[in-house]
Write a protein that binds this ligand. Sequence first.
Ligand code: CAA
Length: 258
Amino acid sequence: MSSVLLERREGGIALITINRPKALNAIDITVIDGLETVINTLSSDTSIRAAVMCGAGGKAFVAGADIAWMRDLTPIQAETFAGRGQAVIDRIASLPFPVIAAVGGFALGGGCELAMATDMIFAGPDAKFGQPEVKLGVIPGFAGTQRLVRRVGSAIALDLCLTGRMIGADEAFTIGLVSRVVEGDVLEAALKAAGKIARNGPVAVRLCKRAIHENMDSDLKSAAAAERSLFGLCFATSDQTEGMAAFVEKRKASFTGE
Ligand code: CAA
């Protein structure tokens, strides 16, 4: 059985499952390979409107990089592994459609880093986040120090990375790591949100994701200029014509994604 499963759901939704439940979905090279294959398939599929990522087994999203697999790596092999992990995580962040991480149970180390590559993290009531690498005598290697500091600021990023402590869903929401805390079934909630996204104008959704991701490290003036151009680009699409016509005609829009 593959370490990463891809399922297509109705309405252009892709479900990506990290599938090593016996090791709490820990990331070894088979998971990296599996994610690369799934990303290759999805990036060339224009019918995909949104994706949800989850972990198999109900106990963890992903409990980190696979410690048993990693422990005997040489420094060069470890750097290469981190490089491949970072590359695959960057590719997830750059997918043209939105990706939601449905986190039930542990999202630790590489698992927290993987979740941070998605556009939104939904946390179930039992979700636990952390960067516990220092407890193993290493540091985060899949760009966790950098994504975390950009997301929650240096005071909290340093607290989490230096203590290695785990935080629950509510604290993760308070610090801005997760978008929503879900009381019931987190996967169901993530699929429902993905469905809502999928019913919006597809080109607009993609451009909106780009406007945020490609410009958040720029100064406000240049970022706003980039947003203006993408706003203008929307007016070259039939989705814009249809979306505004539907509003004026008081009917539901029927978008084609063109
Ligand atoms: N790597 C390999 N195997 C792992 C694993 C990991 N990261 N996390 C859990 N497992 C395995 C356990 O070894 C165990 O396997 P066996 O049944 O064969 O013994 C199985 O999954 C279940 O785990 P536990 O029995 O430990 O379950 P628990 O409920 O008692 O504890 C846990 C759960 C707190 C998540 C604990 O498993 C744990 O602390 N895991 C390690 C978390 C961690 O340190 N992650 C960071 C890894 S380093 C990293 O990710 C570097 C990077 O940035 C790239």
